[in-house]
Design a protein around this ligand. Sequence first.
Ligand code: NAP
Length: 254
Amino acid sequence: MSHPFDYSGKVVLVTGSSRGIGAGMVEAFARAGGRCVVNYVADDAGRNKTDAERVAAGMKDAIVIECDVANDASVAAMMRQIGEKLGGLDILVNNAGILRDRTIKKMTPDDWEAVLKVNLTGPFNCIRHATATTPLLREGGRIVNISSLSAYAGMFGQANYAAAKAGLVALTKVSARELAKQKITVNAIAPGVIETEIIASVPQEQKKKYLEQIPLGRFGQVDDVVNAALFLCSPLASYITGQVIHVNGGMLMP
Ligand code: NAP
């Protein structure tokens, strides 16, 4: 019997995979034999492209695609490219995400909109275009949405982010029902505090407070999230759909 985490022959798209959890995720799928798509969003300095190309350079046969997941036409073009170059898709990980933390009093409509667009509309765009009339995502495929502990805990200053990530849990459940006929499973992972750039901006004092609330006594590592995704996308998880795996060291037990 082949190893359950053998992804040879599988086409894998991880959105926002130029750094952080997404980069760790796409690298793990590539090490396990997957044919991977590294996705980044363009920035003026070109840093994201460089990062994405560096991630892809360490893999066999990876392709790099620029796409802003918040932009419907951009997602349509990415899915078209995947179809043309790789012939289909087996695994979609909706990982791209941004933060714009502020209390509601100070949050601008733009802060609200930007976070909702990337963190919730982004996954919707990707799921929609991957499963459209001539579906790119093959029968038996897997979708993993990266939500957050914030969706459950309602973290201070994260009205936009928590609402988007809670919406993503609901989107996970609806997609799980709608795609079950094609034997596509859809699950979410809700990470707690994971050591990546996204939390580098959190003040030291706040990080100390978080640590005191984590029974396992450490922040999460990228691999803690990656391992949950490898499981959810494997044959071992073929009867699991519409669920959320909480990867948070026990910080919250919803
Ligand atoms: P990160 O280091 O900031 O990485 C975020 C990734 O998303 C980057 O690759 C970024 O691409 C990409 N991205 C941002 N906007 C995008 C867009 N419009 N289109 C395509 N890609 C876009 O963050 P991370 O910590 O790895 O977080 C990854 C996911 O886990 C996010 O959804 C986040 O909300 C979630 N999460 C993280 C934690 C944590 O503690 N780290 C906890 C809970 C949930 P560029 O590099 O090209 O900008």
